[in-house]
Design a binder for this molecule. Structure first.
Ligand SMILES: [Ca+2]
Length: 406
């Protein structure tokens, strides 16, 4: 995975270096983020009709496999991207937007970094809107790396995600040092107003491991929290890695690893219990790549999840799909979604909601979806850019659909 948390800039500038290729890790496993990496043409197989449609300006399609009567009908905003390079703060590229409807206002937390640096610092900023698409970014960073090289989050704080429980705002984020090469752990901060944040002394509240045989290896990042008021529990989904057992294909350095979505739960927001239904003491995933995205087509798995519980108590996960179009070229190439009746057992229900390719603003990568329910609508923000390391084209887009449960 060269995966960086959805991220931001890091990936952006390729800072994420190849995932320690010298250690046998696939280059692209970054927790989700921008990929960086070598050029190349993609090879994706065509999702035929969808792809065809997308070439015709229908960027956000709904594809589907409906499981229930209501089908999602995603429509992309015509003037995407709604947030562009250098909006609000000069030189910054924006990535990994997360939105919270707070009273009558929409609040967004997003990651910003300067891609002109080879290893950019990444910080969390806040933006405000009253209409979903016009955002004012506060140029003062809200949560920043410590700068102390001994700290786990000394260099980058990205993929912010905020929930409000009672009167307290909880932010979860991916953090790493200046030499982390894509190995993220998850931090937590709290606030009474969503502006002045206090980092948790327990940080990182979820850390990556050095055990390649189980989930949690290499990186634990891109946190997707959701509060379930019924069980008074915070479900925290995140992106992680493990070895792909038995893989013997032509590209073992990349595809011999898999990226999946794991889960930890908490009653206080700070102390988490890993999802471990088989009770063997090792973390388990709640979602791994489906037959729609097979390793035989160079898909390596899923990253950058986002979660919410809709008004019918269905749990939704939206995430991006990572692929190696060619060896070493880790990329987030599609958005997909899954649902669950209980937050633990998920079924993938929508694929290729958006894909890269074509001539769109996210032709190189499409990534890091964030979806909320707002009345009778589902609203989505997602990131992308259109050229290898061309962050000048990077931005955040918007789409919506009537309430749907597929
Ligand atoms: Ca287990």
């Amino acid at each position: 995975m060269d995966r960086e948390p959805a991220g931001s800039i890091n990936r952006m500038a390729q800072a994420h270096a190849p995932l320690r290729s010298n250690e046998g890790m696939p280059r692209g496993m970054r927790p989700s983020g921008c990929s960086t990496v070598q050029p190349i043409t993609s090879v994706r197989r065509g999702f035929t009709m969808l792809r065809f449609l997308s070439k015709l300006f229908v960027v956000w399609l709904f594809v589907s496999v409906p499981l229930r009567a209501q089908q999602c009908a995603w429509q992309a905003y015509a003037s995407n991207p709604i947030i562009k390079y250098r909006d609000g703060v000069s030189n910054l590229v924006w990535n990994d937007a997360a939105v919270l409807k707070d009273g009558s206002q929409y609040r967004m937390w997003l990651a910003g970094g300067d891609p002109t640096f080879s290893n950019p610092v990444v910080k969390v900023y806040e933006a405000a809107s009253v209409d979903d698409v016009n955002w004012t970014i506060n140029p003062t960073p809200q949560v920043s790396p410590t700068g102390n090289p001994k700290a786990w989050d000394s260099h980058r704080i990205e993929t912010p995600n905020v929930i409000k429980v009672g009167t307290t705002y909880h932010m979860y984020y991916s953090g790493c040092t200046g030499s982390c090469s894509g190995q993220y752990s998850i931090g937590h901060a709290t606030s009474k107003d969503g502006k002045k944040w206090t980092k948790d002394r327990n940080n990182p509240i979820i850390a990556f491991t050095n055990d390649p045989a189980h989930w949690g290896y290499f990186t634990a990042g891109e946190p997707a929290p959701v509060y379930d008021p019924v069980s008074d529990t915070i479900f925290l989904y995140y992106s992680t890695v493990k070895r792909r057992v038995g893989y013997s294909g032509p590209n073992p350095d990349n595809l011999g690893w898999m990226q999946g979505i794991a889960l930890a739960t908490s009653r206080n927001g700070s102390t988490f219990q890993h999802y471990d239904p088989d009770g063997d003491g090792f973390r388990d995933a709640v979602l791994v790549q489906s037959d729609a995205y097979p390793v035989t087509s160079n898909y390596v798995g899923y990253s950058a999840p986002n979660a919410f519980i809709d008004s019918s108590r269905v749990f939704h996960l939206y995430y991006d799909v990572a692929q190696y179009p060619s060896p070493g070229d880790w990329r987030q190439v599609a958005l997909a979604a899954a649902t669950s009746p209980n937050g633990f057992n998920f079924t993938e229900t929508q694929t290729n909601l958006a894909t890269n390719g074509g001539t769109s603003w996210h032709s190189w990568e499409v990534r890091s979806p964030h979806v909320i329910q707002d009345g009778n609508l589902f609203k989505a923000w997602f990131a992308g850019h259109s050229g290898l390391n061309d962050w000048t084209t990077a931005g955040i887009g918007y789409a919506s659909t009537p309430f749907c449960v597929q």
